[in-house]
Design a protein around this ligand. Sequence first.
Ligand code: ZN
Length: 399
Amino acid sequence: MAEIETLFTRAKLADGSLNDIGVAGGRIVAIAPAGALAGAALQVDIAGALLVPAFVEGHIHLDTSFYGDKWIPHKPCTNGFDVHERVAFQAQNMASAAPMDERARKQLELCVSNGSLQMRSHVMVDDSVGLKSLETILGIREEYCDIIDIQLVAFPQSGILKSPGTPELLDEAVALGADLVGGLDPASFDRDIDGHLDVVFGVAEKRGVGVDIHLHDFGSLGAFTVEEICARTVALGLQGKVAISHAYGLGDLDADAARRIGAKIAAAGVSIMTNAPGDHVFPPVALLRAEGVNVFAGNDNIRDSWWPYGDGDMLARAMMIGYRSGFYTDEELTAAFDVVTSAGAKALGLEGYGIAIGARADFVTLAAEHVPEAVVAVPKGRRVFKAGRLVAENGALVR
Ligand SMILES: [Zn+2]
């Protein structure tokens, strides 16, 4: 056993046991019943609080949030929800917003202070902004690299085939530092599922990166697109490296059809991201998990041109997912928690995640008896540790 540098005492783990946790070199090197470990120069008393792995923010937009900026009233679409119109509203709002780096910092600090230490952010890449947004967010990622790990998705917010030069920009974005290639409604936005996916999976194959596609299409169109993405994932051997964000169409299917497509998604190793959004259908979380699908979550938009909600708290997101899914039993509440922790880690392909010997010492303390209570109570007053170092307390960063 490596020599313990920091000893966290009296930490309650998810199984209810009270333990001491030894950390060295940013990793957990020992877990033993409270009082059994000694000798570390530095001790941190967890005082019986629940200690859980840091949350995984699996889907956010660091470039387009107005959190911390002036309040921008939401403008409804003129004739029902229309992605094209929302993108146009976004461009108008962005023109008068505070500089992107300032807004991204505020959003990141909100997320870290709530306990997210791993994140996947989509960043807009299109013919209007080119790679400028990505360059800004790459700089922010570097600035915050000691307190949060960030994956970036090159996100074609204006479509791929309808936005001239975007196929090339997506490729350049990955060369510049984006970790994954994104997509957007291949059918309803570009009106060409194959043409759109040819570009997305072409870049993924060429650059050896994963894929995370926004798919808002409802009904059978959405479900059909899910099947197409799964087929391409299997054809390229990209199992475990592809995610579909939103996949609302899965919430429109009857249970038998949902189970059949769920089995296909699970077999293709494709993860499904949901934020349990407002007033419409979303993927059936319990049914998909029962079929073996990895369902993870994110805040998605926080105070941006799409909606005014979002608080950067993945525990609150677990509560919302549980609430909208009708999760009541301890088992179901624990599943909602898994969606914002372990399932997120799996979707992001994170190494060393969890509370275990050898894992990274990235954890959060919660004033709760156990995980089910944490999900319904969403306690604040958290302490957040990155690599065994306190980085946030009571909702604010510790510098
Ligand atoms: Zn999104």
